[in-house]
Design a protein around this ligand. Structure first.
Ligand SMILES: [Zn+2]
Length: 307
């Protein structure tokens, strides 16, 4: 969808509200408390700012009221949904990612609002990422963010953030990617990540670091292929993973100037985009769907302020 088509389609609050309802309840509203489908739509007229509020469904059986945005990233927002939808379009269609200052200018919102909108959109991406596990052949490696690594690849500079990354391959081409900040590259931390991101029974491919060998066993990997750093084919074997890692570093340096807060959320954004690189014009609609589906109440990321 072009920007023009998107803005025409979601030109006012009610068109955005209708889209949220369609995405949340594709076969009609269903009461989250009692499961009844017998509900009516109401507007909270008793509130002072009722005209700014999104509609509610009131269950005719148990009287429970449910806001159409409850639990989503749009809940209790003071920002018009049209601006939210536009932000989602812009984020989805800019490969390099959008900085809060850019969004502030383009939407005409304050910097803190733009910042929080971006953060919430990234949380929606993270929620979506968490639903997938890599399968087949999965290559895994670790790298560091922030400063040069001292004393070789797994050196531990004090200001460095260790990251475990993996990519699944199909016919030698990269498919899906994950990246996770870890507290260290010991077995417990790495295994936590791999269990969360990888199916059992995969073919694991690493550089043979002992942590990976013991993780492969615990993961129930079908086999563990090792290409050590001394192997002349090392660069060729890990080319896609190496490329993804170096592009991620450019991504945070370019748009976010290597800022170290929220490293994990930047990785979630980067991997979300990477895993959808073939979707082209469907990206905005997909991201909108992820934003409606993401439940902030269940999210591992906390949000202190509402926009
Ligand atoms: Zn009910």
């Amino acid at each position: 969808m072009t920007l023009d088509e998107f803005m025409n389609k979601f030109s006012d609050e009610s068109s955005c509200e209708e889209r949220i309802i369609e995405l949340r309840w594709p076969s009609g509203f269903c009461c989250p408390k009692c499961g009844s489908k017998n509900a009516m739509r109401i507007h909270a007229k008793h509130r002072r700012d009722a005209e700014n509020r999104v509609p509610l469904f009131e269950c005719r059986d148990c009287r429970r009221q449910t806001s159409i945005t409850s639990g989503t990233i749009f809940h209790k927002t003071q920002t018009p949904l049209t601006k939210w939808f536009l932000a989602i379009y812009l984020v989805a269609n800019d490969k390099g990612g959008i900085a809060a200052t850019t969004l502030e200018r383009m939407l005409g919102v304050s910097y803190p609002t733009a910042w929080l909108m971006l953060r919430k959109i990234r949380i929606a991406m993270a929620d979506r990422n968490a639903q997938y596990r890599l399968s087949g052949i999965v290559q895994v490696d670790d790298f560091y963010l922030g400063g040069e690594s001292k004393g070789g690849k797994r050196g531990r500079g004090t200001e460095q953030v260790p990251v475990v990354a993996g990519v699944s391959l199909k016919k030698g081409k990269p498919q899906y990617l994950f990246m996770d900040v870890v507290s260290d590259v010991g077995k417990r931390s790495v295994l936590d990540v791999l269990t969360k991101r990888i199916e059992t029974g995969v073919i694991l491919e690493t550089d043979g670091w002992p942590t990976y060998a013991s993780c492969a066993e615990e993961l129930g990997a079908q086999s563990h292929l090792v290409t050590t750093s001394k192997d002349e084919k090392k660069n060729e074997t890990f080319q896609w993973l190496d490329k993804a890692i170096s592009n991620f570093k450019k991504f945070i340096d370019g748009t976010y100037h290597g800022r170290q807060t929220d490293d994990q959320l930047y990785m979630e954004e980067y991997t979300y985009r990477y895993n959808r690189r073939g979707f082209g014009h469907q990206l905005a609609e997909r991201l909108l769907r992820a934003c409606v589906a993401a439940n902030l109440n269940n999210s591992m990321y906390s949000l202190k302020v509402g926009t």
